[in-house]
Every structure is written in structure tokens, then in C-alpha cells.
Design a protein around this ligand. Sequence first.
Ligand code: ZN
Ligand code: ZN
Length: 334
Amino acid sequence: MVRFTVLASGSKGNSTVVSGGRTRILVDCGLSCRELFRRMKLVDEEPETLDAIVITHEHMDHINGLSVTARKLGIPVYFTEGTHRAWMRWLTPRRQMTYAQWLEQCRKQAAERQAEAEAAETEGDPYDPEAEPVAELDTEVQPLAATPEPAVEPPSNRPPSRKEDPTWLPQVEYFQAGQPFEIGDIAVSPFTIPHDAADPVGFVFRAEGVRMAFATDLGYIPPNVKDQLQGVDLLLLESNHDLEMLRDGPYPWAVKQRVLSRVGHLSNEAAAGFLENSYDGQAAYIILAHLSESNNLPELARVTAERALLGRASLLANRLLLAAQREPLSGINF
Ligand SMILES: [Zn+2]
Ligand SMILES: [Zn+2]
């Protein structure tokens, strides 16, 4: 049986389960592990039966629960190399400092080195009967021969353990946009999407002859994406914002510009434009996804898409559904 279950969709977390044959894939891991498992149980999906996680891109709403979930289930994570690297960089942030702060840090380090050198000299004082003999003044003081080795070495002298390394995953697999691959019984075709991330992708999943397309987080629909969204049985498409609500809405100007840009998010109007003009009408289900909670209303997204489909009577057989942020959409079975 083929099943497509959206657990969450929107800027506060994205996760979907795609099942086919004996294989179950989690697409994105934007919910906390606990919330993910809770939602899976609500829709009769067993977290322990997941075989792999595939990631579209490294934005927080797609990877927030990734490490914990992958570790808990002990399953592989599929990324593009660019996304994996960006995710690792995100987990190991470098502190930015001003020139004055840098100078201050250099001064402190020099003072510490000086203090250490002076301490070594004092401890090596040959007139102190308690002092351990020190071979050379510039070597560190050695512990007594009878003293056991410390159980834990100072953190700076050893590589971090798995638990301490936030980027550690049970297994990492790389794929490339444009190069299909398989996970168990599910064929996965990743394609490039225009979005402000390192190497973002959408997917077409195929199992038991059923094709399911997944495209959110894209500033517009370029020809390569239009091609991917044809001949599918299920189309999950972003319908992020209503243009007027975004323009008049609460976001700062710079954020509005980002959302509206060619590497931002797809508006209701752009999604409808695709459905009206470029879509082949094959899908039994169209799911509008990644709706903004600040700049959209489910009814606006629905009406805009419905109007586009009404314009083409042949598309009325397409069932229109809305993915939500706060609750899972019950699974769609084929
Ligand atoms: Zn997103
Ligand atoms: Zn994104």
C-alpha cells in the first residue's frame, strides 16, 4: 500500500511520511522528536518502522528535530552534500567579534600564558622541598608516578564523543539533484528548487506505480520544476502567502522582500497560476502546503487554487486538501 501523510507543514515545522511497499521515509524533520512521534501515533504511523529520513534543505523548520530523531531511531539521513555541510555549520556556530573584542582576547591569552610560565617556574623551585622535580622549566609539571591517569582527559586534548558532537548521525547518505536513487521500495527523484538555502531540492517519490511530487520552499516555479510536477498522482505544492496580506502584514520590509524574492516562497497567486496554465491535471490529490500563519488564511489559499482549477473543467476531479501547521492531515492511501 502507498500512503502519504503530512504530519506538519509551515514555517514552524515540516514533516511528511511517504510509505510504499515495505519502506517508510520521513521527508524533513522540522518537529521536535517528541512532537513528531506524538503526531505519527495520532495517524497510526509507527515511528520505529521508519527506514530513512530525507532532507529538502537546511532551514530550521525542516531540520529542527533531525539529530535527536535519527539517533533515537538509528536510521540513515539522506542529504545533498551542500545541505549536509550547511547543517553542520549551523550546528557549530562561530562567534562573531569586533576588532576591539579580538584585541582584548589576544591580551588575555598573552596574560594567561605569562601566568602559566611563572607558575611553572615557581613549582620548579629547587629550594622547595615539596616540589616535584621538573626536568625542564618549560615542560608542564608531571603528575606523581603513583597517581593514576585521569579518567577524563581535558576536553581540548581529545575529539568530541558521539554524544558531544552535535553533528553526529548514525549514517549519512548523499544524493544529487537530477540523479534518482532508491530507498528500499521507494524511488526518489530529487530536483533543484529556487530557494535561499545551500542546495535545496523538491522530490518526486514513486512506489508501486504511484507518483507523488513534493515542492515547497521555492520562490517561483522554473521550467525544470514544472516538468517534475507533471504526470503525478499526488501533488504537494507550496501556497505560502497571499500577496496583499504579505504586503500589508507584520513582517519587516527586509523579510517581506526575502519572501517575495525569486528564492523566497511561492504565493497563493503563483501556485494558482501554475495550476491554471502549466499543470496537466493528472493528480487525484493536490495538497496546498507551507501556508504562512501570518500572511495567509487557509480559505484564501483554497479559494485561489479552486478558482484556478474551475477555469479548467477537466481539473475538477483533482481533490484539493490543505496541509496544516498544528495538526496532521490524515493519510492519503493509494
Ligand atoms: Zn520551510
Ligand atoms: Zn526554507
